[in-house]
Each structure stands twice: as C-alpha cells, then as structure tokens.
Ligand binder design. Structure first.
Ligand SMILES: [Zn+2]
Length: 311
C-alpha cells in the first residue's frame, strides 16, 4: 500500500501525480490518488485498446467475465430498477421531455422511458448492442456523442457507464453541454466505499479493468460531477451486499439465476429457498453490523444532478 505508482498518468479527477498501489488485477495496476483518493487504472489503456474491448461480441453475450453474462435474460431483472429510476426522474422533471440514455446497450431502459412519456434518444459504442437497440426501438442509435447530431436534452442518463470512461470530467462536461439549462443528469456506478472494495479488494466484483477504469466513492463522484458545472441534487447508495459465507454461494446460484431472469415459479421448494436466502442475507448483514460496524454495505451509487438554469 505504500508503493508509489509509476509517474505516468496524473489523477483523472484532480491532476495529482502521486498515488499508492491498491491492487494489480489482470495485469492492470489500480492506484489511489494521494490528493483526492480516487481509484483509477494507471497507466490508462490507450483509446484504441479501450475501443477494441467493446467491439468483442463476448462483452455482452457469453461467458466473458469482463462484460455481461446474458444481457437479454437480464431485461426482467432490470425492469424494477429502471422503473424506480424513472420515478426519480419524473419527480425531478414532471413535464418529461427529451431523454438521452448514454451507453443504452440493448435499449431496455429507453423502452421503459418511452412508455413513461419521454421522447428518447440513445448512444451505444458497442456495435452489436447499438444494432439491437435500434431494432427494438425503431430509432437510429448513435455510436458516439459526436455522431449524435446537434440538440439538447431535458434529461441524460448513464447506468454503469461513467466507470468505463478514462476522462470522466471531460465526458461529464460534454454531457452537460448537451443538457438544457435546468435539465437533469442521473447516473449509477459501483460504490468503491463498499467494504469488499476496501477490505478484500481482490474479491470486489467491480474491480474489472480494462472495462472499469475509474472507481468512485460518494465524495469523488460528487467532485467529478461538480467539475462539469452540474449541481449535485442528491447522491444515495443502493443494492446492499453483505458478506455471504463462501459455502452458501454455490447453493444460492440456481436461485440467483431464477431471480435474475424473473422466472421464479411459485412452487413451494423455490419459495422456501428464497426465504432461506433472504434469511442468510439478513443474518450476514446483522453479523457485519456487530463485527464491522463501520462497513459500507451498498454496492452501487446513484446520483441526480441538474444543470443550473440560464441567467
Ligand atoms: Zn486525485
């Protein structure tokens, strides 16, 4: 933890040149900035290497640990989370308007947003996903922000995207320029204050270079959004992930798969399994409150920011 990283690459958030090594994951050094505590991959992969990573079809389908196990099967599981986020957006902008989802993948969120009354647009770097979203939504999906064409939006969303971007401040600034004055930006990202990221970093599921390049906590996320001249309205943690005993994990996998695809049948055995699983989670959480009362158990951060109104 005391080792200084190579001098190549200043902190993408505050520009400080010195950092401590946190972990080497799959040959990528992850370092913590001595100035602002941001954790980031150092040195950053080249833009060419990053682009190539997302053109691999295995990123979204197949067994690749780097991406998503089977994105289609996730639609049902994601729906309630997207509905909750749409409710937050609706409170911030009751009149709705134009919404841009950046990193829209197969378009599941945009599909729900349109049903909720928004006029939708999407950006997706991965070609296969962009094609899927375009077919699903019957709208053109831009590959990059630059390809999107002119125009501003009332709301911009990015779900689990900002951690993939090597220069998050410049990226947020570009998004802020695409927001109407008074428009809102809402995002989610892994919470690197989570106990596992801090105490057992080699096990933390979201230390995933080169997909994830920047690892935020509430303070560093707010700082990045603030540097894009957006006013943070609210930032909150979600998805509790307490320490589950190792021996339970293989037993819970079939149940998790059923829950993930939203296909848990009403049979007694599955329902009993579900309640047992919930009890294990509550028990693990209770034990953690006693053993490590300062642990942060939330796996994800969500944030809502607003572009200051004109004048
Ligand atoms: Zn820094």
């Amino acid at each position: 933890m005391t080792q200084l990283a190579q001098e190549s690459g200043n902190c993408p958030l505050c520009g400080t040149a010195t950092s401590h090594l946190v972990l080497i994951k799959d040959d990528y050094p992850l370092v913590r900035c001595t100035g602002c505590s941001l954790i980031y991959v150092c040195p950053m992969p080249t833009p060419e290497a990053i682009r190539a990573h997302y053109q691999d079809p295995a990123y979204f389908a197949g067994a690749a640990e780097q991406g998503y196990a089977d994105y289609d099967a996730m639609q049902k599981a994601l729906a309630p989370h997207f509905a909750r986020r749409l409710a937050v957006l609706a409170r911030a902008l009751p009149q709705r308007g134009r919404l841009l989802d950046v990193g829209c993948a197969a378009g599941f969120f945009l599909q729900q947003a349109r049903a909720d009354g928004w006029q939708i647009a999407g950006v997706e770097l991965a070609r296969e996903m962009a094609d899927q979203a375009a077919a699903r939504l019957q709208i053109p999906i831009a590959r990059t922000l630059a390809e999107l064409g002119p125009g501003q939006f009332d709301a911009i969303t990015l779900w689990e995207v900002i951690e993939h971007v090597p220069d998050p401040v410049a990226f947020l600034q570009a998004l802020a320029a695409r927001l109407q004055p008074g428009g809102v930006l809402m995002l989610s990202t892994p919470n690197t204050a989570h106990w596992q990221a801090q105490r057992a970093p080699e096990q933390w599921i979201s230390y995933r270079p080169p997909a994830h390049l920047i690892y935020f906590t509430q303070p560093t996320l707010c700082a990045a959004v603030g540097r894009a001249n957006l006013d943070v309205q609210q930032v909150w943690p979600t998805f509790p992930l307490p320490p589950i005993p190792m021996w339970v994990q293989p037993l819970s996998r079939p149940l998790a798969a059923k829950l993930g695809s939203g296909e848990l049948e009403p049979g007694r055995a599955w329902q009993a399994g579900l309640w047992l699983w919930r009890s294990v989670r509550v028990g693990a959480w209770g034990w953690q409150r006693i053993a490590h009362p300062r642990d942060d158990i939330f796996a994800t951060l969500e944030l809502l920011a607003r572009r200051p109104p004109a004048g």
